[in-house]
Design a binder for this molecule. Structure first.
Ligand code: 13P
Length: 254
């Protein structure tokens, strides 16, 4: 299992073809920073074009439907996203859990469908501010993991987990490094209880207001294997600041 930090940009509902220049610049720079595994999850409409622009970085989807196909107007199956060029998909992002009322069970179905279609998955979990303030963060994240993670033979190696506290997304606020470390240790223990020894190799990303100027500190927290980045992944300049910080953090470890 690779120990390279994994830095993933989630473009959310941003981007038209005008943004392909950013993807190209990110890809070119990633060629000089091979200590870091870099990926982008553009909107569905840009997956194919982004794949064509980028030689090196991973390209993924932000969501897929759980069904293989059928009467689901406006939805995209895992096989379709893969055919367009996506090698992985995010599932269970808190914005989908909130906007589309996605349950843990549905997120698990989506992850299972994506893996069956030959993709890797990034399964997102994270507590709300109220849940953190009332001391329930670890319990909530534990339930999300148990309910959302795909299970079965050979599945663990396809899975990455992203811990994104809802209150840190797009707010400029982040947990302390100690709190991130504590939650990531909790997630690691849960992964081992679900997948056995294979759970040790699963990367756990931190997401929520990761920027070039806080990336080094956040990536140094215990058990943090990379970052899932929203706003700061929208320009090559700021995303590269995070990738460089990850490469430097890797140098310090080795
Ligand atoms: P921001 O980096 O904009 O806080 O978003 C984080 C996120 O939700 C990535 O999936």
């Amino acid at each position: 299992m690779t120990t390279r930090p994994y830095i993933v940009g989630n473009w959310k509902m941003h981007g038209t073809r005008a943004m392909l220049a950013e993807a190209r610049a990110i890809d070119r720079a990633a060629e000089r920073l091979l200590k870091v595994e870099v990926a982008l999850a553009p909107p569905f409409t840009l997956i194919h074009a982004t794949r064509k622009e980028a030689n090196l970085i991973g390209i993924g989807a932000q969501d897929v439907h759980a069904a293989e196909g059928g009467a689901h107007t406006g939805d995209i199956s895992a096989a379709m996203a893969k055919d367009a060029g996506a090698g992985f998909t995010i599932v269970g992002h808190s914005e989908r859990r909130a906007d589309h009322k996605e349950s843990n069970a549905l997120v698990q179905e989506k992850a299972t469908a994506a893996i069956a279609a030959g993709m890797n998955v990034i399964v997102c979990v994270g507590e709300t501010e109220e849940e953190r303030d009332s001391g329930k963060a670890e319990a909530v994240v534990g339930r999300q993991l148990t309910g959302s993670l795909p299970t079965g033979e050979g599945v663990a190696e396809k899975v990455t987990v992203a811990y994104e506290p809802v209150w840190a997304i797009g707010t400029g606020r982040t947990p302390t490094v100690d709190d991130i470390g504590a939650m990531h240790r909790h997630i690691r223990a849960k992964l081992v209880s679900i997948y056995g020894e294979e759970g040790q190799g699963i990367r756990i990303l931190y997401g929520g207001s990761v920027k070039p100027d806080n990336a080094a500190e956040l990536l140094a927290a215990d058990e943090v294997g990379g970052a899932l980045v929203g706003g700061a992944s929208l320009t090559a300049e700021s995303f590269l600041g995070i990738i460089v910080a990850a490469a430097e953090a890797q140098d310090e470890k080795s």
